[in-house]
Design a protein around this ligand. Structure first.
Ligand SMILES: [Zn+2]
Length: 263
């Protein structure tokens, strides 16, 4: 995995900012490793990550990237993130050099990005204010806190807007989310989530073509959406049998957010 460092003119550290910063890394993960599940491991029991807004974003945003399941894990304090802090230190020293040695002016994130581009061996990404605003504007304002929020160490979502959570984590069982240590399920209600499944489906497949409810030869080579296991998947119609009212479809592979290709 490449190292990714963020720069931003925005100094917000709340959940919307966190998810705006996570965007490029989650997107490239989904593209590089086409996994259906994503694990987050968070260092330290900080309130920045352990709150109802972050839990809500966790329970909704992962689906926008095409994951069907996600796990969020909090480590106890003291588990260092030395490597990440080390990269941050290198960036800061290089930025000092740009100003002190090369005499450059750095007045904003863009200047820093431009100046460091050829100087550091990490991917640099700028998070702009609009990306944070976009996430923030989609947040419902009546979210209820999860019971025992400050003690929760492990959460999982398998359905948009729903989280299963527990105070003690289990990493021993092979199941994605076992029933050890009495997990509790909490749903952000539909009004709360303001996220409607149909809307989510439409967002995943933007070029949704409405297929007439009549099976005819014209459908050949057209795209369609097939519901499998409760989720929509794009397909290409290979052949049509008008008499039997059947279509033969070709599977497409997911290669990222809203990106599919046919084999
Ligand atoms: Zn278990």
């Amino acid at each position: 995995m490449d190292q990714l460092q963020y720069v931003s003119d925005n100094l917000r550290h709340g959940p919307a900012a966190i998810w705006a910063h996570l965007h490029p890394v989650i997107q490239s993960l989904k593209e590089d490793i086409d996994s259906s599940i994503i694990y987050f491991i968070i260092n330290g029991p900080t309130t920045q990550y352990r709150n109802k807004i972050n839990f809500y974003l966790f329970a909704t945003k992962v689906y926008e990237y095409g994951f069907t399941c996600a796990s969020l894990n909090f480590l106890e304090a003291g588990h260092g993130k030395g490597a990440a802090d080390g990269i941050g230190g290198v960036i800061k020293r290089k930025a000092d050099d740009l100003v002190n040695v090369q005499g450059k002016d750095i007045t904003c994130a863009k200047d820093l990005l431009e100046g460091l581009k050829s100087n550091v061996n990490v991917h640099l990404h700028e998070v702009v204010e609009e990306e944070i605003d976009k996430i923030e504007s989609g947040l419902p304002n009546n979210l209820k806190p999860l019971p025992k929020t400050m003690q929760i160490h492990q959460l999982q979502t398998v359905r948009p807007g729903e989280v299963k959570h527990r105070v003690l984590s289990c990493f021993s069982c092979q199941e994605t989310f076992c029933n050890c240590f009495n997990p509790v399920t909490t749903s952000f209600t539909v009004e709360d989530t303001a996220i409607n499944l149909l809307e989510l489906e439409a967002r995943r497949i933007p070029q949704l073509i409405k297929v007439e409810n009549v099976v005819c030869k014209n459908l050949k080579s057209k795209y369609c959406v097939m519901r499998y296991d409760g989720r929509p998947y794009p397909r290409i119609i290979l052949d049509v049998d008008e008499e039997e009212e059947e279509v033969e479809v070709k599977v497409m592979h997911c290669v990222g957010v809203n990106r599919f290709f046919g084999p």
